[in-house]
Structure formats: structure tokens, C-alpha cells
Design a protein around this ligand. Sequence first.
Ligand code: APR
Ligand code: ZN
Length: 232
Amino acid sequence: MKKYLFLTGAGISAESGIRTFRDSGGLWEDHKVEDVASPLGFRKDPQKVWKFYKERYHQSLSVEPNPAHYALKKLEDHIGDRFHLITQNVDGLHIRAGSNRVLEMHGSLNRCFCSNCKARYQMQEIDLQADIPICNKCGSQLRPDIVWFGEIPYFLYEIEEHLKKCDVFVVIGTSGTVYPAAGFVMTAKLFGAHTIAINLDRPDNFSFIDEFHQGKSGELIPVYIERIMESG
Ligand code: APR
Ligand code: ZN
């Protein structure tokens, strides 16, 4: 019985109405990464960074998971511990679709933590009216629980273990440009996995992809999941 490992990117949430980063109209067209997605940017202008993430947080609450999120949840229920999901997304839509076995390697818009004492908070616990929310425990500035450029993503050891053990590694809705996530397909292939990409455009790490399905994940994923469930 095959072990399936999935990696998702912004493309899987596009049909829910959430902007991707590098497509036309993407987030990085009208925001400078170094200003809003780097530790230095936060030190320089924490209010600007909080404004960027509060907007994205509130927008993420106003949209719904789409058929691709629900199809992955359905497969998780069907095959249990043979299923693992890594997401680069911070929108929380996999969890809202009911997925439990999901590793949010870039953090989540739904959480923040204290830059001093590291106390962790859910966004709905804090006063988002404040320009820069403050820690209840030590009074320091809170920061979004987002892994910024130059920071180490979450769960890398666990992810490495899954990459070594999976039989099929499926990459969905990601441009394959940002490491370490963009390098996962190479590791999986090195350890013998069959690699599949389901994406609107050809991803940058295409040379490590055995099977490429071009199109919208909201349309292709439910069909692909049904096929896996029939074949076992
Ligand atoms: N269905 C499938 N794929 C889609 C869809 C869709 N409906 N819409 C867009 N795509 C594809 C695009 O073709 C593109 O290859 O999704 C990909 C989105 O790429 P990016 O915008 O680069 O997003 P992502 O790969 O997730 O970015 C990785 O970069 O900025 C950082 O931390 C951020 O997690 C993010 C990381
Ligand atoms: Zn604190």
C-alpha cells in the first residue's frame, strides 16, 4: 500500500479567492518582500508589517476552502497514516477543510507570538485594533507567526523523514522557486518516490517531476484523489 506525501502552495488557494505571490496580480507585485516578509522589515516598520498580515488574516477568514482542499481531506480520511500533507500556505484553509495531518511549514496567519518571551497566541485572542499588538505577559511587540525570508521553516526534520519514506510525492499549486520547499521533489525522487506536479504552469523544478498535469487544482485534484481511492 503506497504512502502519499503532498506539498501545496498558493495555487491551491487561488480558486478560493486568495492571491498567489508570483502570478500576474500576485502579492509580490505591490509589496516588497523585504519590507513585509523579512525580520529586518519588521524591525524597521512593525506597523507596516502588521497592516499587511492583518489584511491577509481578515481576508483568509472571508473565504472558504475549495474542492481541492476537501479532496485532500477525503484522501486523508481514506488512507490515514499513509497520508501526509505539507503546506507552504499560511491561510489555514487545509485545517478549515478538516485536514489534521498537515504541516504548516511557513506558519499561519491565525497565530502570532511575542518577539521577546516567545509566548504564542491565536489571532482572535489579541487586540487587532492596536497598530502593533502587545504581549500580555511581558509587554513586548507581538509578531505574526509567519516564517519570513531568511528564517528557518517549521517541521524540516519531520518533512525530511516523510520525503525519504513516501512512494508518491505530489506537488500542487507552487512555482517551485522558494527553497527549501522547492528542493523537496529532488529529495523525494532521490529516495525513489514517483513525483507528480499538478499546476497551472510548469513549475521551475520541473526537471524532477515524473508526471505533470497542467490545469486548475480545484478541477484536477478531486479527479486525481478519486483515482487514488479506487486504485488503493
Ligand atoms: N490551480 C493550480 N495551480 C495554480 C492555480 C490554480 N488555480 N493558480 C495558480 N497556480 C500556480 C501558478 O502557476 C504558480 O506556479 O500556483 C503557483 C503559485 O506560485 P507562487 O505564487 O510562487 O506561490 P508559492 O509557490 O506557494 O510560493 C512559495 O514563496 O513568497 C513565498 O512564503 C511564500 O509560501 C510562499 C512561497
Ligand atoms: Zn512576551
